[in-house]
Design a protein around this ligand. Sequence first.
Ligand code: ATP
Length: 334
Amino acid sequence: MSELSEQAPAQRAKQRAEQREVVLEVEGLVKRYDSFTAVDRLSFAVHRGEIFGLLGPNGAGKTTTIRIVMDIFKADEGQVRVLGQPPEAVRSRTGYLPEERGLYRDQKVLDVLVYLAELKGTPRSEGRERAMHWLERVGLAEWAGKKVKDLSRGMQQKVQFVASLVHDPDLLILDEPFQGLDPVNVELLKELIWELQAGGKTVVLSAHQMNLVEALCDRIVLINRGRAVLYGPLEEIKREYSPRAVHLRTAAPLDGLPPHVVRAEEQEDGSYLLELGDISPQALLRYLVERDVPVISFDVAQLPLEEIFIRVVQGEGPAGAPAATQEPKGGDDR
Ligand code: ATP
């Protein structure tokens, strides 16, 4: 075995261990507003270097949870550990893009950014350098000397994104960061979030655009009425909610339905959507290969996250299992 191949598994194991280092831990969190329970025994963990989706319908308790993590509110019960410490101890190592935007409107963009970085312990000259770097990255370098109020809404949004990370935090919490951005800026922000992840940052993303969540997030927690109703790696969740169907493309038309295939629907592009009865996708593929069916492609069909979200929030589980009997996925995945 070469030295390289001996090192590779060790390297991978180290990477995995680093990834599993818990950066944010929320345990049994409860927050009440008078008699209304907005967050109800919520638990989840975010690992170093991942992009983690904090999802849920309007009023689910996402912002309340984030505010507790950011030490803006105190929890009534439960525990939050950020980088292994209570939230108040690590303020300079966390960054937050709040849902409600608010920068000092009469101040100049660069001054605001340097000031905010300074509040989080970054020396002026360093803050200035970082602010200019990030303003360039979001295409706003020429606006550094303009007053915040002279910028468009989308531009202000990008400045606020810069404000959340100008002090170089380890954990970045982005509450609806894509709100109000045009498609070009959505792409830009996506790229920047990936870049932050590649640089070792941990990102918690709360967003309602499920296509963006699917593109960006490694794991998610879906909250409904203050409780976790889905939790775990996005890939696993999508597999669990797959609709028992496969997409099949063949070089020649199918000669009748394979056994236990309930329905074959020919698609516009000439492929088939096969609805499976009592047969697994693996068994079906084996059957096709054994009979020399000229398979070009074979994919297990998946539901878009948006549909899974709607099903779970409306109380339906994956195929054949009511949601009420479902434990949040990955509860032991700490
Ligand atoms: P959205 O997606 O609409 O932003 P959210 O998941 O962030 O929703 P929260 O803002 O955390 O939801 O609100 C959770 C629940 O708590 C809602 O029913 C809301 O009305 C209530 N709530 C939030 N803040 C307060 C407050 N300061 N006083 C009383 N109730 C509140």
